[in-house]
Design a binder for this molecule. Structure first.
Ligand SMILES: Nc1nc2c(ncn2[C@@H]2O[C@H](COP(=O)(O)OP(=O)(O)OP(=O)(O)O)[C@@H](O)[C@H]2O)c(=O)[nH]1
Ligand SMILES: [Mg+2]
Ligand SMILES: [Zn+2]
Length: 821
């Protein structure tokens, strides 16, 4: 939480607080491994009639855990139980507050009640009136609770559990990510029985990695080692479950099988793992499930948010929201509800904090970056996704519409979407925009407004759903575009230790913002794991991005004469975007990749025989592992030139800073002075039209501030002017000499001693100018301090160049040239 939120929260707690224990449990794993069965058994239910969880569905169930006997008490009518428990909590605090307030009112205002309400209109009594109103509200609320005929005995001794059972179909993993929560506990389920299926390992790893990506930000720092040398565990916690134990005789064998799953997990993802369990959903006794329940409870009670203090007014608003009986409500409605509870919440920031908490505990779905709607029932969002992701199932109901394009290219017309939404409940079409916003946020759809290509897609009339596109084999992507081998660059590979599962689709979206999508014979170059973009308008230069195993590959195709600059630009862009996505979207600090290359005619899925960048020189031959032959090397990426420019060293920094002082401040000083002197109606050109030399010449011509030694010019360095010569003319001379010293320097460097002594001279001189001109608003000396403190990187060289306009620009250019930027 940021400081502001902490303050708001602490403030909210002052309205009264309650301890809160919530467990948000999310169950994931491959299709058919026994997730739903597991949930049933944990809830003490029979397995009869377990149906496979349909495609995209997510079932949310609630229960209370009694803290005295650890029993899970099913909640059939969620609203009612929550209502009851919330009422109890509110009651206790409200009675306390009510008594306290009454006491206070009595103490402050000995008049009787009737008098207060009559005099309530006068200004001085405004506070009392508000107290009075809130007391009335409290009373009204209390009596409504009492009337609602709910068991009022103390029901405080429980934790609230929310369980999410995801369907295992791989096609919907894209939509599942929208429901992942960094504050949940995860059960990752694997079947011990289908261990021969390679997908089993892949899916298990996929979930562990995905959880790692969407986990807690604060934990993901490097340096995970604790002081005692062991690794820090990461949140969210994961419990690994091996099911179908009944199919084996030997418990040891089961243990080994489950270990074969957990052993393959990526090192950092493994740090989420808290414990493992072997189970048979069909044969195990209740005892085994109790053990798992206790484990879940222990894991939860060790979490940071367990038993945290929760503002009572948040509870009140939670109650108000739960009694809405709607599936989705606008933020404004939450605001309205917030204003009407007995301790009102009116501040938007506080409301948002409340919603964040509610999202964390799984009570509702609220995305901070799409705050306009709040989804109260996750199934609503699932249904909405279904319209898009499983659109095909509507085909028979809406036969008159165009489906072919959707199947071929993943392009969905808005008309098609509207028609599908119309087939759903009433509020679906109304919330169309919000639905689209949510799935766009997760890159499930891509808007055509991004596709600025020659396909003539009109803005906003359609979008692409990449996960619906028929997968093409990435080996064939070059054949689809009929690319001759001679047009291909070497294949650049970003090889990851850990490749975040959704990175490639996020990367496609980034590229689509910058490059038009390529197409051939009406087929757009966008597939699940590969995408082709146009670099040049003519289409004669394209690049392909493809994901294969743990790598992302980049190849440029140029039918016209190869232009290396293009390759470099694309490479720079892609690399920058990968870093940006990893750092900002996943907030992963531990993701890293190596850049290597393979030969031009590689089959993209081949993941061996990489070469290092500095290994070869143009024209040399190398042995290609993939084709078992030798090729002639040609540098297509100018690896040297794309390296990050070196940081400036200290002496270069000194030189840059002083150049900036000269050209930014000292030039302005001369100009301002001239402006004052020429107060004879003679207009000056804007400051940036002059360089120091011309300004100095002007002063000399004007001859108003003659130097102490009675003549202009002369001297070798600024040290030749004695410190006691301090009139305006002397300072104009100083500026000239300092500028000359910089201008005539033969190196782009200035040692510390010289830098310090020049700065000291300049500082004294500037404060004299400040005094003379009574410059209080923006004193020159402050500007000097700014430049001295400024962070300098060669990356900022453009800015610096902007400042170092004339004289020293040439020097700077030379310097920049040596850096090969
Ligand atoms: N023998 C045996 N069968 C099991 C076990 N767990 C689940 N099953 C059976 O496996 C089948 C699938 O179980 P589900 O609970 O529907 O699996 P799921 O993971 O929820 O499947 P999806 O929702 O389709 O992803 C059912 O017929 C279960 O009875 C187990 O531990 N042992
Ligand atoms: Mg299921
Ligand atoms: Zn080769």
């Amino acid at each position: 939480m940021d400081q502001e939120s902490i303050d708001i929260y602490l403030n909210a707690l002052e309205s009264g607080s309650e301890r809160r224990k919530d467990i948000n449990l999310i169950i994931v794993g491959k299709k058919g491994v026994g997730k739903t069965s597991l949930v049933r058994r944990m809830f003490g239910e029979e397995l009869k009639g377990v149906k496979k969880t349909n495609g995209i569905d997510i079932h949310r169930r609630r229960c209370q855990i009694n803290l005295s006997d650890m029993e899970w008490k099913k909640v059939t009518d969620t609203t009612l139980v929550r209502e009851k428990s919330i009422n109890n909590r509110i009651m206790q605090v409200m009675i306390k507050t009510l008594n306290h307030e009454k006491e206070k009112t009595k103490r402050n205002n000995p008049k009787n009640k009737a008098e207060t309400s009559i005099s309530g209109t006068t200004e001085t009594d405004e506070n009392e009136e508000t107290t009075e109103i809130s007391l009335l509200k409290h009373e009204r609320e209390l009596s409504s609770i009492i009337k609602s005929d709910i068991d009022l005995q103390d029901d405080d001794n429980y934790a609230m559990l929310t369980v999410w059972d995801f369907a295992g179909d791989i096609e919907y993993y894209n939509t599942h990510q929208t429901f992942l929560n960094p504050d949940a506990i995860y059960l990752v389920v694997a079947s011990l029985h289908d261990i021969d299926d390679t997908d089993s390992y892949g899916t298990f790893n996929f979930w562990m990695d995905t959880i790692h990506c969407y986990g807690n930000v604060a934990d993901k720092n490097e340096g995970l080692l604790q002081s005692d040398g062991t690794d820090h565990l990461l949140d969210p916690p994961v419990i690994a479950i091996g099911t179908h134990k009944d199919k084996f005789q030997d418990e040891n064998q089961c243990r080994e099988l489950l270990a074969s799953y957990t052993d393959t997990i990526f090192k950092d993802s493994k740090l989420h793992l808290r414990s493992t369990h072997l189970l048979s959903n069909t044969n195990d006794k209740e005892q085994a499930f109790r053990k798992l329940r206790n484990e879940i409870f222990t894991t939860a009670s060790n979490s940071q948010n367990w038993n945290r203090e929760y503002p009572v007014k948040f509870l009140q608003l939670e109650k108000a929201i739960n009694s809405e009986l709607k599936q989705i409500i606008p933020f404004d409605r939450v605001k309205e509800l917030g204003a009407n509870i007995s301790i009102p919440i009116t501040d938007n920031k506080e409301l948002r904090l409340f919603l964040r908490f509610q999202h964390e505990v799984g009570n509702l779905i609220y995305y901070e970056d799409i705050p306009s709607y709040i989804i109260l029932d996750p199934q609503w969002l699932v249904n909405a996704f279904k319209c898009i992701v499983t659109a095909k199932q509507f085909q028979l109901k809406l036969p008159h519409l165009q489906w072919e394009e959707l199947k071929q290219t993943g392009k969905m017309d808005k008309k098609l979407l509207d028609a599908i939404l119309q087939k759903q409940s009433d509020d679906m079409p109304i919330h169309k925009e919000h639905i689209l916003e949510v799935i766009e946020k997760f890159d499930i759809i891509i808007y055509p407004s991004l596709l600025t290509d020659c396909g003539n897609v009109q803005k906003e009339t359609c979008f692409y759903v990449p996960c619906l596109i028929q997968t093409s084999k990435i080996e064939d992507i070059d054949k689809l575009f009929n690319v001759p081998d001679s047009c291909k660059s070497t294949c650049l590979c970003f090889i990851f230790r850990f490749l975040p599962p959704h990175l490639i689709s996020n990367l496609f979206v980034s590229c689509l913002r910058a490059y038009p999508l390529a197409a051939v014979r009406g087929q757009k170059g966008i597939f699940k794991d590969s995408c082709v973009f146009n670099i040049s308008k003519s289409g004669c230069a394209k690049f392909v991005l493809a994901k294969s195993n743990h790598m992302i590959e980049l190849q440029v195709w140029q039918w016209s004469k190869a232009n290396l600059k293009r390759n470099q630009d694309v490479l720079q862009f892609v690399e920058m975007e990968i870093n940006r996505i990893v750092n900002t979207r996943y907030k992963l600090k531990t993701v890293s990749f190596e850049k290597k290359w393979k030969c031009e005619t590689t089959s993209y899925s081949f993941d061996k025989g990489f070469h290092e960048f500095d290994e070869m020189h143009d024209g040399e031959f190398y042995f290609c592992e993939e084709h078992a032959t030798i090729h002639r090397y040609e540098d297509h990426w100018s690896g040297e030139k794309t390296k990050e420019p070196e940081e400036l060293n200290n002496e270069q920094r000194n030189f840059t800073r002083l150049s900036m002082v000269v050209l930014d401040i000292l030039r302005t000083v001369l100009y301002d002075q001239l402006d004052l002197d020429k107060n004879l109606g003679q207009l000056l050109f804007p400051c940036d039209q002059y360089d120091i030399t011309s300004l100095y010449q002007e002063h000399r011509k004007l001859n108003k501030h003659i130097p102490s030694k009675r003549r202009w010019g002369g001297g070798r360095t600024v040290d030749d002017i004695p410190p006691n010569e301090a009139c305006i003319g002397d300072d104009i001379e100083r500026i000239r000499l300092i500028r000359n010293e910089m201008q005539h320097s033969t190196v782009f460097a200035l040692d510390a001693t010289r830098y310090q002594s020049l700065i000291a001279i300049i500082e004294k001189m500037l404060s004299r100018f400040d005094q003379r001109n009574n410059l209080t608003e923006d004193p020159y000396v402050n500007r000097l301090q700014d430049i001295r403190k400024m962070e300098l990187k060669t990356r900022n060289h453009e800015d610096i160049m902007g400042l170092i306009k004339k004289g020293l620009k040439r020097k700077f250019d030379e310097f920049v040239d040596t850096l090969d930027i």
